[in-house]
Design a protein around this ligand. Structure first.
Ligand SMILES: Cc1cc2nc3c(=O)[nH]c(=O)nc-3n(C[C@H](O)[C@H](O)[C@H](O)COP(=O)(O)OP(=O)(O)OC[C@H]3O[C@@H](n4cnc5c(N)ncnc54)[C@H](O)[C@@H]3O)c2cc1C
Length: 266
């Protein structure tokens, strides 16, 4: 490690101001991605602005059909929340299967979305549930948020203060996990609402994406058989030491079917 400044503001606007005043500063949430990156010297921020003491970013609330999760809420908090379990059990279930106990106690939803790891779990929920990413300056629709591998619509100094999810009739996530990290080799989040079905896939490509073939099939018939009848092309999917593109393509409808089973069981 090398020297850097450390600040821990208690208000979101103070965090943004402090970051802007510090040149090459970065927000620090759980540190689960940022600190290893710094240890490897792939990032050398001049200051870390810790956002985990900002009370407004640590809250979970449910109002009408909207579940709001503060940007600094850790995965364990989402997994344990009685409100989330009741309103969106598939989201609480996803959070409870991220990494291991230590990662879930530190890692946050805002850090996960800002980092946008191609194998992260939350991006699939945000995209399938058509959530809104709320920042210190605007509201970003899920379809506009994820731009590519580790690339989002966020400005360098923009702070995710919350994520708003709308309820779904049925929603669940299933992943084929990397046995070492528990990241998704492939992960599929399925969400059904009155106006149709959205399916988002993580781990399979450089960035999370919607599986339109599955959405079309499941909007007509929300069943395991319908999911399994869909063929996904391996073109453009990741092909690496963990799995071939063809294997990942095979997994997508299989996991969509398992997600439907999971959603039906909540
Ligand atoms: C061993 C291991 C296993 C893991 N397994 C999984 C898994 O199975 N599934 C999964 O989805 N994830 C997994 N993760 C990732 C982890 O859950 C975290 O979500 C992720 O590391 C980032 O969250 P963080 O809060 O630690 O962010 P940090 O590491 O603190 O920050 C990451 C990036 O986001 C920025 N940032 C942080 N908060 C904000 C904010 N509010 N607004 C704007 N920018 C912000 C930081 O500046 C930094 O660039 C794993 C991580 C580890 C180390």
């Amino acid at each position: 490690m090398y020297t850097f400044d450390y600040q821990r503001p208690e208000q979101a606007d103070a965090a943004v101001k402090t970051l802007t005043a510090n040149g090459e500063a970065k927000y620090l949430a759980g540190g689960q991605s940022l600190l290893p990156t710094m240890r490897l010297r792939l990032a050398q921020p001049s200051a870390l602005i810790d956002v985990t003491r900002i009370a407004s970013m640590k809250a979970i609330s449910v109002s009408g059909d909207t579940v709001t999760i503060g940007g600094a809420v850790c995965h364990a908090q989402v997994a344990a929340s009685a409100d989330v379990k009741k309103a969106l059990p598939g989201l609480a279930d996803l959070a409870g299967r991220i990494g291991d106990r230590q990662v879930r106690e530190r890692g946050t939803i805002g850090g996960s979305l800002a980092n946008d790891d191609p194998a992260a779990c939350y991006p699939s929920a945000v995209l399938a549930l058509n959530a809104t990413v709320v920042t210190d300056r605007r509201r970003i629709a899920a379809d506009d948020f994820f731009l590519g591998m580790y690339e989002t619509a966020l400005e360098p100094d923009e702070l995710i203060t919350a994520v708003e999810f709308t309820l779904a009739e049925r929603a669940a996530y299933e992943k084929f996990r990397n046995p070492a990290s528990h990241f998704a080799l492939v992960g599929v989040f399925v969400a059904r609402r009155a106006d149709g079905v959205r399916v988002a896939v993580t781990g399979a490509a450089p960035s999370v994406f919607r599986a339109k073939e599955l959405e079309a099939a499941l909007s007509k018939d929300f069943s395991v058989a319908s999911a399994r009848s869909v063929t996904i092309s391996p073109g453009g999917l990741n092909d690496d030491m963990h799995a071939s593109a063809a294997y990942r393509a095979h997994l997508i409808p299989v996991l969509a079917g398992r997600a439907i089973e999971r959603a039906n069981a909540f």
